[in-house]
Design a protein around this ligand. Sequence first.
Ligand SMILES: C[S@@+](CC[C@H](N)C(=O)[O-])C[C@H]1O[C@@H](n2cnc3c(N)ncnc32)[C@H](O)[C@@H]1O
Length: 232
Amino acid sequence: MEDVTTLIQSFRPVNGYDPPQAMKLYEHWAETYEQDCTMMNYRAPQLAADFLSEHFSGNPEEALVLDVACGSGWVAKEMAELGFKNFEGVDGSQGMLDLAAKTDLYKDLRLALLGPEPLPAQPGVFDVVIIVGALYAGFVPVSVVRELCNAAKPGGFIVMMRANHRGEPNAKYTEDLKRELQLMEEEGLWTPVGTKQVDRYMEFPHLDTKGAEDPQDLLIGGTVYLYKKSMQ
Ligand SMILES: C[S@@+](CC[C@H](N)C(=O)[O-])C[C@H]1O[C@@H](n2cnc3c(N)ncnc32)[C@H](O)[C@@H]1O
């Protein structure tokens, strides 16, 4: 666990991440990502999949799912438990995509640095577009949210789950994200289905021993947003 902290710190530039820097982190982290996140009680993939499942009325076996910033394939593994079978994935880290390939759940995996590069997905065909753990400053920019909606088919679901990290630059990112979500609703691109706040998105038990400045730093909450693409 100590190693994760060191790793993250060594790849965190003074002014925060930018997408290429974030990719360097994941290239180095890929091999132990799931193991480390399990130790941090990272529950986002399961929480996002469960929230979608509560609202999904179709046959999950027939649904085509686009897993954006799919990482090691954790989200697909959780969704497979709920009956979903058809996955395509996109990520900016080849190391993470190699792990996703090993799950044998994805029929297509594409490498793309989102933001600088467009989302490599056919527009208007996915029953579900999901992104978990990547909508942060220096990771996947807010502008990509429109591309997620564009990839969904009319009536399709868009699921976005992220941690409620405190402080800047995440506060600014959250503000920009909320504005974009609202704007897209006003433009008639989608309608909100629901939003859920969770207390335990992940935990940082290792900070205990190092002495966290604020006890709240030990527990990170999260938000999952669910939208339905308009039928236009
Ligand atoms: C915290 S991991 C989440 C992975 C997976 N969704 C999960 O929940 O386990 C963040 C992922 O986002 C990817 N990522 C971050 N910024 C990206 C970008 N701009 N373009 C593509 N992938 C990005 C990283 O490579 C990494 O795999």
